[in-house]
Design a protein around this ligand. Structure first.
Ligand code: ADP
Ligand code: ZN
Length: 222
């Protein structure tokens, strides 16, 4: 089983993906996290990707598909995996089909209002030590300095500045939004209301996922 999380930047793919990793035991594969780690480590890949990511543009299909190919070949992906941030273009969707086409698949498309995206990304902070995701919206000032999980320093992602967020939304609408049509036609495609508290979004997604996993099991049994 493969779970593909679709949705604009700020729709909560990362937060939901972490929770689903806990409930399903499938590893969450975030191409954004892999790329950010490469940037931090200063690898050749990181050097290539840094400037592109800082502008809110997309890293090349070849590079990200190479990362995913290598990652899903590892043994912990045998039962299943969760994709967060890949595929992001039609070419990547087709490449994934070639890499691992036979697997049962559920696409969960998170739906949120544009104003929610802008508010969430503006308030998003990421722990510099453990990469936990937080949001300063609605939190008191004395709680926003450090990570609840490990006490590490909370930082704003470089690409969460207002101008870059606008560019990421533009790129999403142009390159990624068309994937909805692709997956509606050929896969199990379910929309999830992404508004509200992360726990509520997780509950909605889990209910949908349970139904779809049972249906996939029944199809296999027949
Ligand atoms: P978000 O979904 O919040 O925009 P991500 O962490 O998924 O953030 O991605 C951050 C950046 O990493 C993107 O803006 C892009 O530059 C790059 N990136 C991540 N995944 C891909 C991908 N599948 N294809 C191309 N670029 C990617
Ligand atoms: Zn932390």
């Amino acid at each position: 089983m493969r779970i593909i999380l679709l949705g604009p930047p700020g729709s909560g793919k990362g937060t939901l993906g972490e929770k689903l990793e806990g409930s399903t035991g499938f590893p969450r594969i975030s191409t954004g996290d892999i790329l950010r780690q490469a940037v931090r480590e200063g690898t050749t890949l990181g050097k290539q990707a840094a400037a592109i990511m800082a502008k809110g543009e997309l890293v090349s299909d070849e590079i990200v598909t190479g990362l995913v190919r290598e990652r899903i070949a590892r043994p912990d992906c045998r039962r299943g995996y969760i994709l967060d941030g890949y595929p992001r273009t039609m070419a990547q969707a087709e490449a994934l089909e070639r890499l691992d086409g036979d697997r049962a698949e559920v696409v969960l498309a998170l739906e949120v209002k544009d104003e929610t995206v802008v508010a969430r990304l503006g308030g998003r902070r990421v722990c510099g030590a453990c990469a936990s995701i937080f949001n300063v919206v609605g939190r008191a000032a004395d709680q926003i300095g450090e990570c609840d999980d490990c006490g590490g320093p909370l930082q704003q992602r470089l690409d969460d500045s207002e101008a870059v967020v606008r560019e990421r939304l533009r790129v999403y609408k142009e390159a990624t939004a068309p994937l909805a049509g692709y997956y509606k036609a050929r896969s199990t495609y379910r929309t999830i209301d992404g508004e509200g508290h992360p726990e509520d979004v997780f509950r909605r997604a889990s209910a949908v996922l349970d139904t779809e996993r049972k249906a996939a099991g029944d199809r296999k049994a027949r």
